[in-house]
Design a protein around this ligand. Structure first.
Ligand SMILES: Cc1cc2nc3c(=O)[nH]c(=O)nc-3n(C[C@H](O)[C@H](O)[C@H](O)COP(=O)(O)OP(=O)(O)OC[C@H]3O[C@@H](n4cnc5c(N)ncnc54)[C@H](O)[C@@H]3O)c2cc1C
Length: 368
């Protein structure tokens, strides 16, 4: 007889929420995690009293009140509002694109009406292009030359590792402009950072659940599967099937975390985006500002996009035609696995914000 009702592969957000809910319903759960820590990509590591977002800046935001209330059971969230700054060759602009951005970009613009007019003039250059063939044409059509060249082009080229002319147009569906002086990046009514970082939140989610770290499910699949009635798998979709139909592509990232002792405030904001093509990193994160820290030191992280290859962390799916086709083929195989549910960003091969992952775990049919 299997010892557990559920074997949960991955101690990230999907796995942890599922484990909590199943445990609270009286089920016996075993969580196995390949890494040496819980939390998945939300993991925070405390360095000199500063909670460092180890796999990139994570800002919790949602319009789903149920999800917000749920998360607040496991942490107190502070009032952090994400207001990134763009640095283009040393020129600083507020993001998202709003009246602060427009007034800095065009010093003769002072009112929403003037800003609208200037953007329309700029968009006119590519207005005749009906079907943009690539990111360059799409960006010029949606944003106009000034915004596209200073704030979109270089950043996107670094993210994708390709010139704008070779990036598919679909990656930029729309560019929201805000005609108020509001630097809040998100429109959601609920937003914040868990006080003390994300790791304690995961510790609370996983309270009373058996967790085995440094345990790769794929390395010992037969034995681990024999321990449980059913499996919740949150690892990469193709890896579950030994990549038998081919490998899915991802974009990866490299983080260079630096402790700056004696530097109390390095950049004055949590998130700085470097939007020119020449600066090799896309973002610099100064973690203490997520929690309004007053420590004498600071920790910053340079974020470099990089090509993914086996052995590197798969951060973002590349949802082009080839990969979608391949992912669909794997999804068909997944449906035939009656004992296994596939959940979360890697097993579904989709980019999801945290709130969506929480909602999907909470509403999973096996819990209802
Ligand atoms: C750079 C970056 C920034 C982000 N910023 C935000 C943000 O600001 N706001 C927001 O809402 N969302 C953000 N996200 C999205 C957020 O990270 C995800 O929504 C969330 O982490 C998904 O949780 P998950 O459980 O699906 O996946 P993961 O967190 O990846 O968890 C999956 C876990 O499974 C483990 N695993 C994989 N294979 C195996 C195996 N074979 N055996 C055992 N364990 C295995 C992995 O090690 C991992 O711990 C960001 C994502 C990235 C990449």
């Amino acid at each position: 007889m299997p010892t557990f009702d559920y074997l949960i592969v991955g101690a990230g957000l999907f796995g942890a929420v599922f484990a909590r809910e199943a445990t609270d319903r009286g089920c016996r759960c075993l969580v196995v995690e390949r890494r040496d820590h819980i939390g998945g990509n939300c993991f925070t590591k405390t360095i000199n009293d500063i909670n460092v977002h180890w796999y990139g800046a994570h800002i919790f935001h949602t319009a789903d009140e149920q999800v917000w209330r749920y998360m607040n059971r496991f942490a107190s969230f502070n009032h952090y509002v994400n207001s990134p700054i763009a640095n283009y060759h040393g020129e600083l602009y507020n993001l998202p694109f709003n009246m602060n951005t427009f007034c800095k970009l065009w010093p003769d613009v002072h009112t929403p009406e003037e800003a609208r007019r200037r953007i329309a003039e700029q968009q006119a250059e590519f207005a005749a292009v009906e079907q943009p063939r690539n990111l360059y044409e799409q960006g010029m059509k949606l944003a106009g030359r000034d915004i596209f060249e200073k704030l979109v082009k270089g950043y996107s080229e670094k993210q994708w590792g390709l010139p704008a002319e070779e990036i598919p147009a679909f990656v930029l569906r729309r560019l929201p402009f805000r005609f108020t002086f509001d630097n809040n990046y998100f429109n959601d009514p609920f937003q914040g950072i868990p006080v003390g970082g994300y790791t304690p939140l995961f510790q609370r989610l996983l309270e009373g659940v058996e967790v085995r770290l440094n345990c790769d499910f794929l390395a010992d699949r037969q034995q681990l599967m024999s321990l449980a009635e059913r499996v919740v798998y949150t690892g990469p979709l193709d890896a579950y099937f030994d990549c038998r139909l081919g490998q899915l592509d991802y974009r990866s990232l490299r983080f260079d975390h630096q402790l700056l002792e004696g530097v109390a405030n390095f950049q004055g904001n949590a998130v700085l985006n470097y939007t020119d093509a020449e600066t090799p990193y896309t973002r610099v994160i100064e973690h203490k500002h997520f929690e309004f820290g007053q420590q004498p030191d600071t920790v910053i992280s340079y974020e470099y996009p990089q090509r993914w290859q086996p052995g590197l962390e798969p951060y973002y799916p590349v949802n082009n035609e080839r990969n979608e086709h391949l992912a669909d083929a794997y999804r068909s195989l997944a449906q035939k696995e009656e004992k296994v549910a596939f959940g979360g960003r890697l097993a579904e091969y989709r980019y999801y914000d945290m709130d969506k992952v929480v909602a999907m775990a909470l509403h999973h049919p096996w819990l209802h």
